[in-house]
Every structure is written in structure tokens, then in C-alpha cells.
Design a protein around this ligand. Structure first.
Ligand SMILES: Nc1nc(=O)c2c([nH]1)NC[C@@H]1CN(c3ccc(C(=O)N[C@@H](CCC(=O)O)C(=O)O)cc3)CN21
Ligand SMILES: CC(C)C(=O)C(=O)O
Ligand SMILES: [Mg+2]
Length: 280
């Protein structure tokens, strides 16, 4: 990588504004104002969400599935995620952009977590990072926080551990509840500014939300978390096949795009496109 800035000086003011977002998120918890987070992986989509006033955008490692077509999030690398982070930062001048640390880029040691996160900051222009795990990953969260890198935690179902969790399963049922509570507290104590809770029974998520001073961001965790997050292709109807129970479809972009492609194809075949108005 060269030392050339990855985003222009025109972004200087928005960057300052985005950093104050962290204070907004803390205030919103005490005010009871619930906020939305969406994933974003490219410039054009990030622009749309930023204009829709989504305050926090996550460049999720779910890009593994929805951008790169892998079966799980396990194979995606920093090199595959970094350009997407850069594109989202360019497209979203107001949102806080969180970069998801991919599997294998932070588990080894706090030093590894620092080196990976520094790449997302210096080369990607990210404003925060997210990593999966509770107690086991608290030393990494503490090291990042100490280095001035805001961290979002992620507990409950952690997709990067799908191989040890025995599939896409609800976490924290029965005996698992105490461990989940301990994980959420460990993430907060280590210095995280917020924590994603994925596929957790609603009542347990509500209890943890009341217990924590930092905002909880739910995905399949009921309506009592401080915030919600969804993968945008899921919520916009742009993923194929069966989606998780926690997904609500707010639009059917996939079908619209498919119709547009078919109409375009038929107009090319019939010479209806391009018309005189599209010709020189
Ligand atoms: N497009 C997409 N959306 C996501 O939310 C997402 C990804 N990809 N990739 C990374 C992880 C994987 N996630 C997933 C994937 C599938 C289920 C799922 O099939 N859940 C079932 C079973 C739940 C149970 O009974 O325990 C469900 O019906 O919700 C859940 C989360 C969440 N993340
Ligand atoms: C669903 C969210 C929380 C995520 O981690 C991702 O999209 O990668
Ligand atoms: Mg993720």
C-alpha cells in the first residue's frame, strides 16, 4: 500500500462529525431512542443508506456470503474486505462506518487484532471495528480500546464459529444464559462502545440490555435491544433462498432488478432499445 490518502480532504469535516456519533449512540441509550444499523459493501448503496439517515453502517464479513458467494464467513480475508470499507466510507459522509474483522485476523493475540484493525483504519478509513466473541476475546478489545480504536462486540450466535456452535442456532438457551451474560459484561468491561447480540431469546436480550450501560444491537434478539441490525440484501429482498426467521423483507429489490434485466434483454432483442432519445 502507498501512503496516499484513501479518501479526499473534502471528507475531513464529515469525519469529525462521524466521530461524534459515538457520543450520540451513548446518549440514545439513556434517552430510549432506538436506532438502526445496516450492512453496506459498496459506494452506491452506502450513499442511499447515508441519505436515508442510517447512523451506523457495518461493512460486515457477511460480504463473504452476499458479495463473494462463499458458504460461510470463515474464508473471507482482510484483503477482500478492505476495498469494500474504502468504498462505503466514500459513499457515506455522515454514517459511522464499522469494519468487521474477518475470521483469523484477531484471535491469535491482541497484537494481531491491533495490526488488523490498524489496516482497516489507515487503509480503509474505518471509524470502528467489530469482532466476535465475549470473555475469550476481551484482551483484544482492551488492547484496541487502549490504542484509540472504538470496538463493537458481537456475542450470542457468532457466525465465524459456526463450525463449533453446531450450525446456525439460537444461543443462550437454558444453561447457556449465564455464559452469554458473562460474555456481554466482559465485552463492556473491556471497553467496547456497543455489542451486537445475534440469535438470543428476546427475554434474555432484554435483560442484558437493561444490565449493560453500552448499547446492544440486536439481530434475532427481540425488540428490547437498543438498536437493530440486518444484512441489507436480506431486508431489501435481494438474497435468494430461505432467509433466517429474524429477517423482515421491506422491499423486493431482487425481483425488481430481475424484471429490469429481462425487460432490457427483450428490448435489445426487439430493437426497442436504444430509441432515438438515447442515440447521437
Ligand atoms: N445474508 C446473510 N444474512 C445474515 O444475517 C448473515 C449472513 N448472510 N451471513 C453471516 C451470518 C450467518 N447468519 C445466519 C444464517 C442463517 C441462519 C438461519 O438459518 N437460522 C435459522 C435457524 C435458527 C434456529 O432454529 O436455531 C432460522 O430459522 O432463523 C441464521 C443466521 C447471520 N449472518
Ligand atoms: C449481521 C451482522 C451483525 C454481521 O456481523 C455481518 O453482517 O457480518
Ligand atoms: Mg459479521
Amino acid at each position: 500500500m502507498s501512503n496516499a490518502p484513501v479518501y479526499g480532504s473534502a471528507d475531513a469535516a464529515p469525519t469529525a462529525r462521524r466521530v461524534t456519533r459515538l457520543q450520540h449512540l451513548a446518549a440514545w441509550k439513556s434517552e430510549g431512542h432506538k436506532w438502526p444499523m445496516l450492512t453496506a459493501y459498496d459506494y452506491s448503496t452506502a450513499r442511499i443508506f447515508d441519505e436515508a439517515e442510517i447512523p451506523v453502517l457495518l461493512v460486515g464479513d457477511s460480504a463473504a456470503n452476499v458479495v463473494y458467494g462463499y458458504d460461510t464467513t470463515v474464508p473471507i480475508s482482510i484483503d477482500e474486505l478492505l476495498p469494500l470499507v474504502r468504498a462505503v466510507v466514500r459513499g457515506a459522509p455522515h454514517a459511522l462506518v464499522v469494519a468487521d474483522l474477518p475470521f483469523g485476523s484477531y484471535e491469535v493475540s491482541p497484537q494481531q487484532a491491533l495490526e488488523s484493525s490498524i489496516r482497516f483504519f489507515k487503509e480503509g478509513g474505518a471509524h470502528a471495528v467489530k469482532l466476535e466473541g465475549g470473555e475469550r476475546i476481551a484482551p483484544q478489545i482492551a488492547a484496541l480500546t487502549a490504542a484509540g480504536i472504538p470496538v463493537m462486540g458481537h456475542v450470542g450466535f457468532t457466525p465465524q464459529s459456526v463450525n463449533s456452535l453446531g450450525g446456525f442456532r439460537v444461543q443462550g438457551r437454558g444453561d447457556g444464559a449465564d455464559q452469554l451474560i458473562a460474555d456481554a459484561i466482559a465485552v463492556q468491561e473491556a471497553g467496547a462502545f456497543g455489542v451486537v447480540m445475534e440469535m438470543v431469546p428476546a427475554e434474555l436480550a432484554a435483560q442484558i440490555t437493561r444490565k449493560l450501560t453500552i448499547p446492544t444491537i440486536g439481530i434475532g434478539a427481540g425488540h428490547e435491544t437498543d438498536a437493530q441490525v440486518l444484512v441489507w440484501q436480506d431486508m431489501a429482498g435481494y438474497t435468494h433462498g430461505k432467509t433466517a426467521k429474524f429477517v423482515k423483507r421491506y422491499a423486493n429489490v431482487g425481483e425488481e432488478l430481475s424484471k429490469a434485466a429481462r425487460t432490457y434483454a427483450s428490448e435489445v432483442a426487439s430493437s426497442a432499445f436504444p430509441g432515438p432519445e438515447h442515440s447521437y
